[in-house]
Design a protein around this ligand. Structure first.
Ligand code: SAM
Length: 237
């Protein structure tokens, strides 16, 4: 379970509300039962439930293990915002596949628009997806979800490493990139209607490498899963 707070061996700590609901109210764990906690900064804390009341529960932290399930490469997924259920799916799978940063992107063909007043709520929702995916996949370092940016803004954001844009067409295959590719890597995936030709050209002029996944057009969320898996297989773990 994720506890977004500093933890220390020997300490008693109160479970955050969401963890309380999940562990105590849904899973019905009780006093004395063991829990594994992580705070997103690496490693796992082994604890047991020490106190349960109607509205809260606390745990006693017994030990710490420096468990590291992170890939040696740092991956940023620049995912054009797609329909909400597909976006959630893409984010969940990106975390399972080891993405470290998720940058939602607004492009010309983005169907889903996020108003300024909805940004915080959206971010909170996506962070919830990321937390649940970390809990499920045993990641102990929390990937970050950035505030959505337009494609033009993203291109002006400094990024040391290799920037890739996935676009169907006569581009080199993603799994044929050189082995000595400068790290870290960022990977742009388009929305349901794809990137416009002008967007691909703008990206290429800005030094982004266009790459393909082959002759079949994949849904955005399938493209994201496939590309992340190929990058991990070639450069990571
Ligand atoms: N007709 C759109 C096009 O030609 O770009 C299809 C868009 S596809 C459903 C959504 C996104 O998935 C694309 O913008 C691209 O980033 C990625 N994608 C899907 N299939 C791909 C492929 N074979 N090669 C590279 N990228 C692909």
């Amino acid at each position: 379970f994720y506890v977004p707070q500093p933890c220390a061996v020997g300490q008693e700590c109160v479970l955050p509300d969401t963890t309380f609901r999940h562990a105590i109210q849904v899973l019905r764990l009780g006093v004395g039962e063991p829990l594994i906690l992580f705070n997103g900064e690496g490693g796992e804390y082994f604890a047991q439930i020490s106190n349960v009341s109607k509205r809260s529960a606390s745990v006693q932290i017994d030990s710490f293990a420096a468990i590291d399930t992170e890939s040696p490469i740092h991956l940023t997924l620049i995912q054009a915002v797609i329909k909400p259920d597909k976006m959630d799916f893409a984010l969940q799978k990106a975390v399972e596949l080891g993405a470290n940063t998720i940058q939602p992107l607004i492009t010309q063909r983005s169907v889903v628009r996020i108003g300024k007043e909805q940004v915080d709520k959206k971010l909170q929702h996506w962070e919830g997806i990321v937390v649940a995916a970390c809990e499920q996949s045993g990641r102990t370092r929390m990937p970050t979800v950035q505030t959505p940016l337009t494609l033009e803004r993203w291109l002006t954001t400094p990024f040391a490493g290799t920037r890739l844009i996935l676009a169907p067409g006569d581009f080199p295959r993603i799994n044929a990139l050189p082995m000595d590719l400068p790290m870290p890597v960022s990977l742009m995936i388009g929305p349901e209607g794809g990137f416009t030709d002008a967007e691909v050209t703008t990206c290429v002029q800005a030094g982004v490498l266009p790459v393909s996944l082959g002759p079949r057009i994949l849904r955005a969320e399938t493209a994201s899963i496939s590309a992340l898996a190929l990058l991990q297989q070639r450069y990571g773990d």
